[in-house]
Ligand binder design. Structure first.
Ligand code: SAM
Length: 217
C-alpha cells in the first residue's frame, strides 16, 4: 500500500483505538507526548523504531504515521513488544486494518526476555519504553548500544504517581522500589559522558535520552 493510503487509514483508525482503550482500561500515550515524539522522529528521520509495551497499538500506529510523513521509498520498520496475548491480538488486528503489516511487527513476549527475538543486525533510530517502569534502567543498559548515531531512547510515565518529585519515604510502599530504581537510573545518566537526557512534563512525564553532540558516532 502507498504511504499516503496507510497514513489516512491510521488517521481514521486512531480515534477508534483510543475509545477501545478507554472502554477496556488500557492506558495509552498522552496526546502532547505523541506530538513531541512525532517532532523528534521527524528530526532524526526515524526509519526503525522499537517499542516496549504495545497496549492496543495506538502509539505504534501514531509513530508510523509521523515516520510515513518523512519517508520516500525507504523501508520503515517498527517492532512493538507486548506481553498480554489479548492485547497483542488487538494490536495485530489494528495493524492489519491500517494496512501496515509490512511496516509493524508485533511481538508477543515479555521484556527483557523478548529482546532475544530482536534482529540485532541493524541499529534502532528510536527505542520507546512504555512498560515496566522500574526496569527502565536495566532495559537502557541492555539496549543502548543498539541505537544508531542519532538514535534516541524515550521513556514514558517517568513521573507516574509523582515518583520522581517526592521523597521516597513519602510514597506509598508499593511505589518505593520503582521510584528508587528510576532515581538511580537518572543519577546514572547524570554521570554519563556519552549520553544526556531531558525531562518533559507532558502526561505523566517523558524522558528523552540522546548522545551528547561531541559523541556522535
Ligand atoms: C501503557 S500500556 C502501552 C500503551 C501503548 N504504548 C500506547 O500508548 O498505545 C503498557 C503495556 O505494556 C505491557 N507490558 C507491561 N510490562 C511488559 C513487559 N515486561 N514486556 C512487554 N510488555 C509489557 C502491558 O501489558 C501494557 O499493555
Amino acid at each position: 500500500m502507498r504511504n499516503e493510503t496507510i497514513r489516512s487509514a491510521i488517521i481514521q483508525l486512531l480515534p477508534q483505538i483510543a475509545v477501545a482503550c478507554e472502554n477496556d482500561h488500557v492506558a495509552l500515550i498522552d496526546r502532547d507526548s505523541v506530538a513531541l515524539i512525532g517532532r523528534e522522529l521527524k528530526e532524526i528521520n526515524c526509519k526503525r523504531l522499537l517499542e516496549i509495551g504495545s497496549g492496543y497499538g495506538y502509539s505504534a500506529l501514531s509513530f508510523l504515521q509521523f515516520m510515513l510523513e518523512n519517508a520516500g521509498a525507504e523501508t520503515l520498520h517498527i517492532t512493538t513488544i507486548e506481553r498480554l496475548q489479548c492485547r497483542w491480538e488487538r494490536t495485530r488486528d489494528y495493524i492489519m486494518q491500517a494496512g501496515a503489516k509490512d511496516c509493524i511487527c508485533c511481538v508477543l513476549g515479555e521484556a527483557p526476555e523478548a529482546f532475544s527475538y530482536l534482529d540485532n543486525t541493524q541499529k534502532w533510530d528510536c527505542i520507546f519504553m512504555d512498560a515496566a517502569m522500574g526496569r527502565y534502567g536495566d532495559f537502557w543498559l541492555q539496549l543502548k548500544d543498539s541505537l544508531g548515531p542519532d538514535g534516541i531512547f524515550i521513556a514514558d510515565n517517568i513521573n507516574l504517581h509523582g515518583v520522581l518529585d517526592q521523597p521516597i519515604a513519602a510514597l506509598p510502599r508499593r511505589h518505593r522500589t520503582m521510584a528508587k530504581r528510576l532515581k538511580e537510573f537518572l543519577q546514572m545518566l547524570e554521570c554519563d559522558e556519552v549520553w544526556q537526557y531531558e525531562r518533559y512534563d507532558y502526561g505523566e512525564g517523558l524522558l528523552v535520552i540522546r548522545r551528547r553532540k561531541q559523541e556522535k558516532l
